[in-house]
Design a protein around this ligand. Structure first.
Ligand code: FES
Length: 143
């Protein structure tokens, strides 16, 4: 938004960035974008629901979002993705067959100081390691 000078016509591009970062557009994000760009919430919802490439819900019951931005990548995000793919048995961008969990990736979540970063169901965990990631995901799968 800052890059576009908070211009209202940056709405679609902003929503794209939000979706890229979090995997989907939740209510809070839509409200935040609408308020920041001074666009009505109904217009923001309208855009988010009109274009098929926007999704308002995470596809799985749980979401594991691994940041693959430069800082996270250098600090070992690749190993986190490998572990997540192995534990869930799906590739990045996919959901487990029963719909239990989705594995998503983002570019930079703005928390590079605690890289590598993983967001579990909207909760950001910094300095993540493959062992903890596996434990966290296994907790979902065997709940
Ligand atoms: S690169 Fe991952 S938070 Fe910035």
């Amino acid at each position: 938004m800052r890059r576009h000078g908070y211009a209202r016509d940056a709405l679609i591009e902003t929503l794209h960035t939000v979706q890229q970062s979090f995997g989907y557009l939740d209510k809070e994000s839509l409200k935040f974008v609408a308020a920041s760009l001074r666009v009505s919430l109904s217009q923001t919802y309208g855009v988010a629901t009109f274009y098929h490439f926007f999704t308002l819900k995470p596809p799985g019951e749980h979401t594991c979002l691994v940041c693959l931005g430069t800082a996270c990548y250098i600090k070992g995000a690749g190993a986190l993705v490998d572990q997540a793919e192995k534990t869930l048995g799906v590739k990045c961008g996919e959901t487990t067959p029963g719909g239990k969990a989705s594995l998503l990736q983002a570019r930079c979540l703005g928390s590079c100081s605690v890289a590598p970063v993983v967001v579990y169901d909207g909760e950001l965990v910094g300095n993540e390691d493959p062992v903890h990631l596996q434990e966290h995901i296994n907790g979902w799968m065997h709940a």
